[in-house]
Design a protein around this ligand. Sequence first.
Ligand code: NDP
Length: 324
Amino acid sequence: MQTRILDGKRVAEEIKAEVSEELQKLHRQNLVPGLAAVLVGENPASRVYVGSKTHTCKKLGMHSETIELPSETTTDKLLEVIDRLNRADEIDGILVQLPLPDHIKEEIILSAVHPDKDVDGFHPENVGKLCSGKVGLAPCTPLGIMYLLKKEEITIKGAEAVVVGRSNIVGKPMALLLLHQHATVTLCHSRTRDLAAVCRRADILVAAVGRPALLTRDYLKQGVVVIDVGQNRIETPEEGIHLFGEDSERITKIKEKGYTLVGDVHPRDPIGVAAAVTPVPGGVGPLTIAQLMRNTVTACCMRRGLKVPGSRFQVSGYRLKVGG
Ligand code: NDP
């Protein structure tokens, strides 16, 4: 079987082009959507993520602010910052970069972000709306994946969808979005019995686990569409050779850069078995940031009572504009 590689970068560019069009319309009304990113502590990966989010914002013509706080910041201090951002008119979206330092309770902080500015879709009010299929803000990674599936014309209605991983950020919202689009959904986790057999039922298999190359050929049905959310660092050439083969340019990358990324699905196993697969890197990753831009525009429009852009297609109230 010929396996299609789903190019997340290209689809992310399409999302950004649509966002840019919407921004131009808003600019004509003297509106500039604003995104504030709050970064607590010195996590280098978090710094990179926040950097690329603010860079994309600026490139598209959105207002962006980064609030950097030291790792010893107290919960009260962080709540004060969020309160200020909740009240700032120029800010439409607030994202608190996770993970937070251990002494800060994530739940308290995420619930303090005003639901109208909750562009990550983590506030309990938005979680409830997603669950019951009402209009609200939903997490960016699963929304980006839904967009990719639609754009690539992958049939969701009636499909057997298996999601591996039940986090609040990816797995659970992913399962709900697929369910709202009429897939038959199975949500798996670390206690699932015979995971391989469950995965082999999937027409659409979403892996969001955080375990490098956990899902091997044995987990894949012929013709499955594989969406690999995992982003795991491989740091030794020995591990790299095992996963990518001796001649792979990935081995050079490990030697030069110190690491390469691998998903939760074995990088070579879907080829020839799956109908389509998202690569790592270059699959789901770029979609997340692009969707964050869209969520910020959506939040800006909803907060001001304007028509939310994108009307051809809806995912349980979450409008995603898809061509055709
Ligand atoms: P979490 O650690 O929050 O959740 C992992 C989930 O995987 C849990 O539900 C856990 O089960 C399950 N799990 C762990 N081990 C196994 C196993 N052996 N078999 C079956 N299930 C297992 O991770 P996230 O959801 O935050 O992230 C998952 C991956 O996606 C990570 O690699 C992360 O880097 C990546 N990611 C990528 C993004 C992107 O933009 N591309 C965005 C967000 C995340 P249990 O609940 O039972 O513990």
